[in-house]
Design a binder for this molecule. Structure first.
Ligand SMILES: Nc1ncnc2c1ncn2[C@@H]1O[C@H](COP(=O)(O)OP(=O)(O)OP(=O)(O)O)[C@@H](O)[C@H]1O
Length: 755
């Protein structure tokens, strides 16, 4: 790069001057038009057409923005306006209500229905705040946006890039499943970070010089989820690292009302903005919602029939566990329903998840089987149907799931399958305030296509899938067992054998956590003593798993036990060998293993000094002390590099030695061979020399051979018409006769030629 030309310098200078001027004007505008705290432009009546925009004091509150509907009417920079105008012109209600407050630096607790445009309601203030502060690369992290899932973080990042296209702020995404080392290198140069709680905390703990002390604005998208039990430890640790003086924005469709939660994030005089608080329904108005009773063992028949009937639609299907998603996706794909199928769950790699989301977003007609990892925030355009095959855990989950359709101004439909024992959920949904208008319908069983026998034949044809089927069965029931709402989720009321059959399984897998042989009856529940609190394959949280290699203090034996069980039942992809590596029993068609891998129970040595760390391998076997050369690196056990290099050096030396020996042996063999050849040659020549006594070398042999070939040539060239074999014979014969005989022979030949 050469020196900047004077013209470039002056244009840069001009730009900077222009920016300074714009920022000054924006600051003045924001200050002069500050809306009164607690007012919403939506709550006061619109001004008469003759009144100038924003200048009408309302009766009870005053909001200068009460007539503003366009982004261009807000005190935001030209660069942001340019970024917005590609896709957006008019503001949505949540944007109209919250932006005037958030732009003047207030904390926000925002709630609005799914698909109502909450993302822009926090992306714009983030960009504007840093722009007005003239934030630059040397200022470090100025804004953090926390999302509960990686997929949502990716989507938020895309929106940030779109709106902030003309700004010079640097932004990055920090989520699990990406290369943490490269993240560490650039994390300190980022102005805006979009992240999941786990990965942010990892950087706070591990990345040298990672500094958030200058943070200006913190956003929690899906705030109720981020502040709930699942992320408690991480979020508390993160909040402890952040400066208390900052702007904080919390958004969700189902906002937290817990005072404790709000105290944790230390909001200062927040604006409570709930644009749909007065709404009759908690779900989007253009969403038509249905529910019907479907016995558990008929749910897949119903799903198959539904998909077959809607092959031209874009459908999102919610199941509870990763294994169910995997099973239904794989088996239905084999049965070819006539519409492209996709799947999305927390056990998939980040790249596959991004690719799946992109493909589903672009598809016209497609079915995406997913866990609750896709229930919050994801914005797939034009989803026609949301099908909930498994009952949602609670009302919030229902609202978020159905909210994947009927987004913004679009229409959409949803259907919920409830088994008879789950009917209490329908009552709860219908009884909530604001209302969730669900219409209960009866299934038309005449049109039900049976799929279970076809699934059984798929399992026979593809034995690897038997294990997936079994895991789908077990993980689903385990998730039911661990759900808190026992009025809805009662595993004892489920037809286990019929359910197993409906998955195509020939026998009902044994469930360790159910006392199937107990006194209380065939399927009475017993709390298994090794059932951990978090023991499920539930995929709602999408938390980065730190479980690949466990490091635990021995005294903490109960925690270890819980971890072991959590690991067993979490995504098996991490721990249990791949399907292809698993050995199935001989009689694959009729017999299924109830347990594929028997995991050794952990034995704790109480005599070890307290606080000594115990390391476990992927199969949860305690590693011998020497195995501590293993280190944890992005979830995979990798050998210590220096040890590996040392080992390779040794191997190389050993191989060199071996090579030397081989060469000597080879040389000896060649010598033996030559000796034999020479002896033969001598025999042929008949010179009677003692071959063994002579010290031959390669040149000896070569000379002898050359001589032989020369003679053969001479004979051949001297007009002998004999074929090659005869010529060779002549050579050999010639070798045997002496010189006098040869002369006599030559004379004979000459005389015969002349006569
Ligand atoms: N002002 C606007 N004009 C037109 N489209 C908009 C506007 N604001 C948002 N949208 C579009 O509406 C859709 C939903 O927006 P967004 O994802 O922000 O909703 P949300 O409220 O965050 O939903 P959820 O609660 O599910 O996370 C997106 O496709 C977005 O591009």
């Amino acid at each position: 790069m050469g020196r900047p030309k004077p013209r470039q310098v002056s244009s840069r200078k001009q730009r900077r001057l222009h920016e300074t001027e714009e920022i000054k004007l924006l600051d003045e505008w924001i200050h002069a038009m500050k809306p009164s705290s607690g007012t919403s432009p939506l709550a006061v009546p619109p001004p008469p057409p003759s009144a100038p925009v924003g200048c009408l004091p309302g009766g009870e509150g005053f909001s200068p923005y009460n007539g503003c509907k366009l982004f261009s009417q807000l005190p935001i920079s030209q660069k942001t306006k340019d970024g917005l105008k590609v896709k957006y012109k008019e503001m949505s209600d949540i944007q109209r209500a919250s932006l005037p407050h958030s732009l003047c630096g207030r904390d926000i607790l925002g709630a609005a229905k799914t698909g109502s445009g909450k993302t822009l309601a926090f992306i714009i203030p983030v960009i504007e705040k840093l722009y007005r502060l003239r934030w630059g690369p040397e200022d470090g992290v100025g804004a953090i946006v926390i999302s509960p899932t990686k997929d949502l973080a990716v989507q938020l990042f895309e929106e940030l890039k779109r709106v902030g296209k003309y700004h010079t702020l640097s932004a990055g995404i920090l989520v699990g499943g990406r290369d943490v080392k490269s993240e560490k290198e650039r994390v300190n140069s980022l102005n805006i970070i979009i992240c999941t709680p786990g990965r942010l905390l990892q950087h706070m703990n591990e990345t040298p010089n990672f500094d958030c002390s200058q943070l200006q604005i913190l956003v929690l998208d899906e705030a109720d989820r981020i502040l709930d039990h699942g992320f408690r430890a991480e979020v508390d640790a993160i909040l402890g690292e952040l400066p208390r003086v900052r702007q904080t924005l919390l958004f969700s469709a189902t906002q937290t009302k817990s005072v404790k939660d709000l105290a944790r994030v230390s909001l200062s005089n927040p604006e409570y903005i709930s644009v749909h608080a007065e709404a009759v329904t908690a779900t989007p108005e253009r969403l038509k919602q249905l529910a019907m009773v479907v016995p558990l063992d008929q749910k897949l028949d119903m799903l198959w029939s539904f998909i077959r009937k809607h092959i031209k639609s874009k459908i999102l299907v919610f199941l509870t566990t990763c294994k169910q998603v995997k099973f239904v996706f794989e088996t239905f794909s084999k049965l070819r329903p006539g519409v492209p199928l996709k799947h999305l769950h927390g056990g998939m790699s980040q790249t596959r998840r991004i690719l799946t989301c992109m493909m589903f977003a672009e598809a016209q007609a497609s079915v995406l089987f997913c866990t609750d990892v896709a229930s919050r925030g994801l914005d797939f355009p034009s989803v026609d149907w949301v099908v909930q095959v498994d009952c949602p855990e609670d009302i919030e989950t229902y609202i978020h799931r159905v909210g994947r359709t009927a987004r913004f101004t679009n229409e959409g439909r949803s259907i919920l399958f409830l088994s008879p024992s789950e009917m209490k959920m329908l009552e709860k949904l219908q009884g909530t305030e604001p209302k969730i208008p669900i219409k209960s319908i009866k299934p038309n069983n005449d049109k039900l296509e049976q799929v279970s026998h076809r699934l059984a034949s798929v399992l026979v044809q593809y034995p690897d899938m038997q294990h997936t089927a079994k895991r789908a069965f077990v993980t689903y029931l385990k998730s039911i067992k661990t759900k808190k709402d026992k009025e809805v989720f009662d595993v004892t009321k489920l037809p286990l054998e019929d359910y197993a059959k409906s998955l195509g399984l020939p026998v009902t897998p044994k469930l360790r956590f159910l006392n199937q042989n107990g006194k209380k009856g065939p399927f009475s529940v017993s709390v298994d003593d090794d059932m951990g609190e978090d023991d499920n394959d539930h995929d709602s949280s999408d938390r980065e798993s730190e479980d690949d290699v466990l490091v635990a203090k021995e005294s903490d034996s109960t925690k270890i036990k819980q971890k072991v069980n959590l690991l067993e039942d979490f995504e098996d992809d991490i721990l249990v060998p791949k399907e292809s590596e698993r050995k199935l029993p001989e009689n694959k068609d009729t017999e299924l293993p109830t347990r594929i891998t028997t995991k050794k129970k952990l034995k704790i040595n109480p005599l070890r000094p307290a606080g000594t760390r115990v390391k476990f391998d992927d199969d949860l076997n305690v590693l011998p002390p020497l195995a501590t050369i293993a280190e944890i690196d992005t979830g995979e056990t990798v050998l210590d590099r220096s040890k590996v290099a040392e080992r390779y050096m040794k191997l190389r030396e050993e191989m060199k030695e071996q090579d030397k020996e081989d060469k000597i042996l080879q040389r000896q063999m060649r010598r033996e061979k030559r000796k034999k050849q020479k002896m033969k040659l001598k025999k042929w020549r008949g010179d009677g020399e003692d071959a063994v006594g002579s010290d031959e070398d390669q040149s000896d042999v070569d000379d002898a051979e050359k001589a032989a070939s020369k003679r053969s040539k001479i004979y051949f060239n001297n007009g002998s018409d004999d074929d090659g074999e005869k010529a060779k014979k002549n050579v050999l014969d010639a070798d045997r006769i002496n010189l006098a005989e040869q002369e006599a022979l030559a004379l004979k030949l000459l005389s015969s030629m002349h006569s």
